[in-house]
Write a protein that binds this ligand. Structure first.
Ligand SMILES: NC(=O)c1ccc[n+]([C@@H]2O[C@H](COP(=O)([O-])OP(=O)(O)OC[C@H]3O[C@@H](n4cnc5c(N)ncnc54)[C@H](OP(=O)(O)O)[C@@H]3O)[C@@H](O)[C@H]2O)c1
Length: 299
């Protein structure tokens, strides 16, 4: 065999080896049959899709968001797809009492909790969509009231829900799944408030993971680091911004994203990166932070 042929063989074998290494995580979809799952932010987008994927796997789900009419529709579809049980709590996760009601309802309906999937994103008086469309920097619009409200919904409520659920998760040796973003791994133009919430989630939940481990509590904490995903809201926004169609072509499909998050939670992964290109980009930017100035989602 020529040197070229040997070299090609080595490259192919190395690629196969790497592929097996990255893909073998012991995932058993059957482990989700009958599992009890609370998912937040399920009236649309990634949360809605996760509800359907968990349903297909035969889980018992309890979903939340503010829009009750949408939650009823999602519950009906989840049941038709195979959910062993499907319930909803309509509520605002920015309110402590609605967070309490969510976890209390899970306790009453299921008697145990295997998964808490924290996914919702929003703010009560200024939507993230407006921010994308207006494209204002913090310096042009330093709205501290909005910032406080945004952090309450997108950071504090995650901590509150997790704290309420931890006693149940400790009993079941369960799984805590936190949906984050590349904006929580490196800074991005015109996303100060969003980046702050997502960096905060990484800081809190990565520390919590260490604390639980030191206390020998078998509750896994999975952080899902996502790039742009083609949810209905993202499609709406980018259809109206210049060059948006081009950006949308690079957005990952919502069903594959939901599956990747569910798999990461089930295999107790510390972090998952979706789509995969986010992983090398994030690692490279942590070595060379100035590169983040070239990776700009919200131009
Ligand atoms: N889509 C992306 O490109 C992308 C990229 C990176 C990371 N992510 C992350 O992925 C997660 C899901 O994003 P998504 O794009 O699927 O979002 P989305 O389509 O905007 O859906 C957000 C969900 O959160 C709910 N929600 C908003 N405010 C709420 C509140 N105050 N209380 C309770 N529920 C509330 C919404 O329902 P109601 O309006 O009915 O309350 C909705 O169900 C988020 O954590 C997001 O940061 C998304």
């Amino acid at each position: 065999m020529s040197r070229l042929a040997w070299a090609s063989l080595v490259v192919v074998l190395a690629a196969v080896g790497l592929g097996v290494y990255w893909n073998y995580d012991g995932y058993d979809p059957e482990s989700l049959r009958g599992a009890t799952v609370v998912i937040t932010g399920c009236s649309t987008g990634i949360g809605e899709e996760m509800a359907y994927q968990y349903a297909r796997l035969g889980a018992k789900i309890l979903i939340t968001a503010r829009r009750e009419n949408r939650l009823k529709e999602v519950v009906a579809k989840a049941k038709s797809l195979g959910a062993q049980e499907a319930h909803y709590v309509a509520g605002d996760m920015g309110k402590a009492e609605d967070c309490e009601r969510t976890i209390q309802t899970a306790k009453e309906k299921f008697g145990r909790l295997d998964y808490l999937v924290l996914n919702h994103v929003g703010s009560s008086f200024k939507s993230i969509k407006q921010k994308f469309l207006e494209g204002k920097s913090w310096d042009e619009d330093p709205d501290v009231d909005y910032f406080v409200d945004f952090l309450n919904i997108n950071l504090v409520s995650y901590v509150r829900l997790a704290s309420l659920a931890l006693p149940l998760l400790k009993e079941s040796k369960g799984h805590l799944v936190v949906v984050s973003s590349v904006s929580g791994k490196f800074p991005q133009n015109k996303l100060t408030y969003y980046s702050c919430a997502k960096f905060g989630l990484d800081g809190f939940f990565s520390s919590l993971r260490v604390e639980l481990m030191k206390a020998q509590q078998d509750v896994s904490v999975t952080l899902a680091v996502l790039d742009l995903i083609a949810t209905p809201a993202v499609i709406d926004i980018f259809q109206t911004v210049p060059d948006g169609e081009k950006t949308l072509k690079g957005a990952a499909p919502v069903d594959e994203t939901a599956k990747a998050i569910i798999r990461g939670g089930a295999t107790r992964a510390r972090e998952i990166y979706y789509p995969f290109h986010v992983w090398p980009i994030t690692k490279l930017i942590s070595l060379l932070p100035q590169l983040s100035e070239y990776y700009d989602l919200a131009k």
